[in-house]
Each structure stands twice: as structure tokens, then as C-alpha cells.
Ligand binder design. Structure first.
Ligand code: RNT
Ligand code: ZN
Length: 416
């Protein structure tokens, strides 16, 4: 598309939105400030650099599209390229298994800040802030229970791991002058019926309390709830109700992964309650197809509703946005861009909602008018605003990112 066409379209869109009380310049500026935490594990199908073994622990990738990043340099190169195609300034979300272990085996209870020093430096050079995750899966001691394991030796191993990860996150946060958000997700659960549901939940709460004992001011922990894991279908220790109660009583951040709900549930309805009782939200924006399948995020009703609900609840400043999907069946860099752009499109549409007018109608009992405006808002020219946002940032507009990714595939990933 020609630059002047994009600018003209934006002017027309701006006037249309202004007529329903929406300031598009303001929405573009808010979108500019909205950072998305890019999940490093999209580059290599959640393998990491620890053992180069297959993924285990309730999650799975499917597909073997060529070009997977095989080492730290390839992961970095891919992310540097991804950055060039995205408007805005984003973060990088690392898992512990992506440490710079220098060719040595470093077990999870031995990991230290030094294993992430080169990431801290790389992030600084690339003007990216880091987020972090402890890694409880893909390990001989993972089994079906980690932090909630009744075996003291195994439980202590994972407590030590998670404590060390908090210290690493704190060092990252300190270096970047902005809190590093560390996600704690453990797959703990049971394949078949268990008669000791409460016992494992008590153990998990106790382990987490112990993990959180140390005062670390440059990091924030968040706790990810889940419905079930593959091979752990009957019971999940860290269920939604468990973590809602845990985060509410401990005043901690809750991680809402859009893949972790029943397919017929309206995930966005959880937002307002959570925002009342937990300090902040971490979002793992994903796409479940039939189950928690971690398909590439797209601009669908579920993702749109999620961000609309956050904006309607005046909660955008209390929500941290991260991506969490891993599709190994298509170009992985392309998957990154599709998912990030889709998330931005949803955030933008939420910001462009004529909320003041809608609230006014609702307060006056004008329910026909509310529904009519909600319907009309759906076909407003948000695409022109999104194109302008990308143009302004000097990144490809519309489908122009496709050839850029094809070139990168030709010159880089296909040679791996
Ligand atoms: C798994 C969780 C978790 C992981 C990442 C790799 O169901 O969603 O967030 O996807 O930690
Ligand atoms: Zn997740």
C-alpha cells in the first residue's frame, strides 16, 4: 500500500471514530506503549538448551517444520529479526532451560544468575526487557508432581529451583530498571482419579509460600492456573480456584492463559473478578482448538473479548501481556508475527471502543442503543488505524511482512 493512501485512510477513520467520541491518536499512543512479552519458546518448540530432549510434562508440540532454532545464537538471531517486523517495543520471556550454560550440564537446582548474564547484556543491547519462567517440565524429576510432591527430596529440589529462578528474575529486573515478571507454572496433577486432592494442594501452597519467602524487590511472581495437562487429565493441583484463592490471599499476580479453560467457557468473564481480588494479571494469549492445543493466536472473538473486558474494567495498566503458543507445523517466525499482530489488533479494537457512549446508554437504560452501537463498532475502520500504527513505526503494513519472512526463511532458517 502507498504511504499517502494509508495516511488518507487514517484521516477518514479518525473522523468516523471522533463522531462516536473516540480519539484514535490516543488509542495509537496507548498501543505504542503496550508491550507484549514474546515467548522465546516459539523459536524452538520449547526444547531449550539443557538436554535437547523432547518436551514432557503435560504439554506437547506437534509438527516438524524445518528451521527450528537449535542454539542460543539462533534463538537470538530469530528474535532480533522478529523485532524488525513489529511495531512497538516488546519484551522477551525466557524459560530457565534457555540459560547460557556454555556447553555444560547445569541442573535445575544449580542454576545461577551467571547463566543469564549474556541474556541480560543481549537484552540491553537490543533494548528489550526480560521476563522469566521457572521450568518444572522436561526433567527426570518432573514426573506428575513437582512442588506438590510428597517425596521431600523431590519437593525440595523444585523449591530450590524456583527460589533460584526468583533470584535470576530479580537480577534481570535490577539490570533493566523495571520489574521482571516471573511466571510459575507447574504441571502437577494426576492421570487418573486421586483420593488425596487436598493433600497435594496443601503441599503446593506450602512450597509456594516457601519459594516466596525471600524479599526480592526487582521481580514480580505470577502464578499460572490450568485445567489439565496431557497425561494428567483427571486432576490439576494448581487449578483456577486454587490459584485464585492463593493469589487473592497472598496478594500476588494471577496468570490467565486463554488455552486453560473449557472450550465453551467465556474466558473474558474471569477478568473483572480477578481484577477485584488480585493486584495484577499476566496474560498468556493463546488459541485453543478443541483443547489446550496452543495454536497460533489469531484475532478471534475470544481474544477480542479478553482485551475489551480488560479495557472496560479500566485494567490495562494492571495487565501484562505475553504470548504462549508453540506451533511446530508452520514457519515459526511467521507464527510469531501473526500472533503478536493479532494481539495488537485486539488491544487496538478494545481501545477504540466507544466506551463513554456505551456506558452512558447503559446507565440510562437505553439497551437498544447500547446493542446498536456495539454492533456498529464492529465494522468501524480499525484496520486503517492499525495500518497507520505500523506505518508510523516503520514496519511492514498489512501482508507486506509475508515476503520479509520468506526471505529470512530462504537465507537463514532453511539452512539450519
Ligand atoms: C502450559 C502453560 C505454560 C507453558 C510455558 C512453556 O500449559 O501454558 O505457560 O506453555 O511455560
Ligand atoms: Zn501459559
Amino acid at each position: 500500500m502507498k504511504e499517502n493512501q494509508i495516511l488518507q485512510s487514517y484521516q477518514i477513520a479518525k473522523e468516523r471514530y471522533a463522531a462516536i467520541g473516540v480519539d484514535t491518536d490516543k488509542a495509537v499512543e496507548q498501543l505504542q506503549q503496550t508491550q507484549i512479552s514474546l515467548h522465546c519458546w516459539q523459536t524452538d518448540d520449547v526444547v531449550g538448551f539443557e538436554r535437547n530432549e523432547a518436551l514432557s510434562g503435560g504439554i506437547q508440540t506437534t509438527g516438524n517444520y524445518p528451521g527450528r532454532a537449535r542454539n542460543i545464537d539462533e534463538v537470538r538471531r530469530d528474535i532480533e529479526f522478529v523485532k524488525t517486523l513489529l511495531a512497538g517495543n516488546h519484551r522477551l520471556n525466557l524459560h530457565e532451560i534457555y540459560g547460557d550454560f556454555g556447553g555444560h550440564f547445569v541442573d535445575r537446582d544449580q542454576v545461577e544468575v551467571k547463566h543469564f548474564q549474556s541474556w541480560i547484556e543481549w537484552a540491553k543491547e537490543n533494548n528489550m526487557k526480560l521476563d522469566f519462567n521457572s521450568t518444572s517440565f522436561s526433567h527426570p524429576k518432573s514426573g506428575s508432581l513437582t512442588l506438590s510432591n510428597p517425596d521431600p527430596a523431590i519437593r525440595e529440589f523444585w523449591i530450590e529451583h524456583t527460589r533460584r529462578c526468583r533470584r535470576i528474575a530479580d537480577a534481570m529486573g535490577k539490570a533493566q530498571g523495571d520489574a521482571c515478571i516471573m511466571n510459575i507454572w507447574v504441571h502437577d496433577g494426576s492421570k487418573d482419579i486421586t483420593v488425596q486432592r487436598k493433600r497435594y494442594r496443601e503441599l503446593l501452597a506450602d512450597s509456594l509460600d516457601r519459594v516466596m519467602e525471600e524479599h526480592l524487590p526487582h521481580m514480580k511472581a505470577c502464578f499460572e492456573a490450568k485445567l489439565f495437562g496431557i497425561g494428567l487429565e483427571s486432576y490439576t493441583v494448581g487449578s483456577h480456584d486454587f490459584y485464585t484463592a492463593y493469589c487473592a490471599t497472598r496478594k500476588q499476580m494471577y496468570t490467565l492463559d486463554t488455552g486453560h479453560y473449557e472450550q465453551t467457557e467465556n474466558v473474558s468473564d474471569f477478568v473483572s473478578t480477578l481484577l477485584m481480588y488480585v493486584p495484577e494479571l499476566m496474560l498468556h494469549v493463546s488459541r485453543p482448538v478443541r483443547w489446550d492445543s496452543d495454536h497460533v493466536t489469531i484475532m478471534n472473538d475470544q481474544t477480542l473479548d479478553l482485551f475489551k473486558e480488560i479495557v472496560r474494567a479500566d485494567g490495562l495498566h494492571r495487565a501484562h501481556i505475553g504470548l504462549d503458543y508453540f506451533d511446530a507445523s508452520i514457519n515459526r517466525i511467521g507464527a510469531y508475527i501473526i500472533g503478536t499482530r493479532a494481539t495488537q489488533k485486539c488491544v487496538l479494537q478494545a481501545l477504540l471502543e466507544p466506551l463513554a457512549k456505551l456506558r452512558e446508554y447503559e446507565n440510562n437504560g437505553q439497551n437498544f442503543e447500547r446493542l446498536a452501537l456495539l454492533e456498529e463498532a464492529k465494522s468501524m475502520p480499525f484496520g486503517a488505524v492499525f495500518d497507520y500504527f505500523n506505518l508510523k513505526n516503520g514496519v511492514p503494513v498489512g501482508e507486506d511482512f509475508i515476503p520479509a519472512i520468506q526471505d529470512y526463511e530462504k537465507n537463514v532458517t532453511s539452512k539450519r
